[in-house]
Write a protein that binds this ligand. Structure first.
Ligand SMILES: NC(=O)c1ccc[n+]([C@@H]2O[C@H](COP(=O)([O-])OP(=O)(O)OC[C@H]3O[C@@H](n4cnc5c(N)ncnc54)[C@H](O)[C@@H]3O)[C@@H](O)[C@H]2O)c1
Length: 251
């Protein structure tokens, strides 16, 4: 018996890295997954042959993306148990040089699109929680929600925003038996970070910083998300789950 048997999940950013690993793991544990990313061909390629994963090519920042995503999952699978907002983008620019466009691009994906998809999914999550006793929102933030680095103002602001949004969702939705939690990955080897971590000197620095002396892999974060999405997490809400191998233990 899988930990996600009978569950229906939306996962954004599911064509690469953490989202791809999560879609694979949730499906392996018995869930039906609507995997959202773009382009559609990238999702289809990554999850080829996995019948539990339906691909939806969609830019989540588009105006009618939330409506289309929720309509697609309801049409395909009939309900939503889990909304896992994971898609994200990074960018590096000192504040003094950052353009409005750079700021807006990062915040549009990482927090605005997340808010808009949550808002759209809430009625279906409420309905499911009424019928089944629970529903879940899991959001991907970052250790950069509480730490920082040079050039990461937009990214850090967006990830701190994910924390604020998620805690408020937890407060507002608790009485409907919907939990909302967020995962904070540390330094993970994914599409976003590959160019940097393929450089041995950069990789070595980050490996040394973590208590566990390695980079995280997408599956490490997928397992954290699975925990928050599972029935075992019934009394966990508004929680910030740091999954960083001890990267942020030291000041
Ligand atoms: N890799 C790390 O070290 C790390 C650390 C902390 C947090 N995170 C967060 O983890 C999440 C997943 O990132 P990842 O590291 O797996 O990177 P990734 O680049 O491998 O995957 C992110 C996915 O999001 C998708 N995406 C981006 N913008 C989109 C949009 N507008 N519409 C639809 N899909 C979009 C991308 O196409 C990509 O497939 C992000 O929110 C990221 O900020 C990553």
């Amino acid at each position: 018996m899988g930990r996600m048997d009978g569950k229906i999940a939306i996962i954004t950013g599911a064509a690469s890295g953490i989202g791809a690993a999560s879609a694979g793991l949730f499906a392996q544990e018995g869930a039906c997954v609507l995997a959202v990313d773009r382009p559609q061909s990238a999702i289809e390629q990554v999850h080829a042959g996995n019948n539990a994963i339906a691909a939806m090519g969609c830019d989540i920042t588009e105006k009618d993306a939330p409506r289309r995503i929720v309509a697609a999952v309801l049409e395909k699978f009939g309900a939503i148990d889990i909304l896992f907002n994971n898609a994200g983008v990074s960018g590096r620019s000192f504040v003094e040089e950052m353009t409005d466009e750079e700021w807006d691009r990062v915040n549009a994906v990482n927090v605005r699109a997340m808010f808009r998809l949550c808002r759209e999914a809430i009625p279906a999550l409420k309905q499911r929680a009424k019928e089944k006793g629970r529903a879940r929102i899991v959001n991907t933030a970052s250790v950069m929600a509480f730490d920082t680095d040079y050039g990461l103002a937009a990214y850090c602001a967006s990830k701190a925003g994910v924390g604020g949004l998620t805690r408020t969702l937890a407060l507002e939705l608790g009485k409907f038996n919907i939990t909302a939690n967020y995962v904070c990955p540390g330094a993970i080897y994914t599409g976003m970070t590959r160019t940097n971590f393929d450089k041995p000197e950069i990789r070595a620095v980050w490996e040394k910083k973590a208590a566990l002396r390695r980079l995280g892999q997408p599956i490490d974060i997928a397992r954290g998300a699975l925990l928050l999405a599972s029935d075992e997490a019934d009394f966990i809400t508004g929680h910030e789950l740091v999954v960083d191998g001890g990267l942020t233990l030291r000041t």
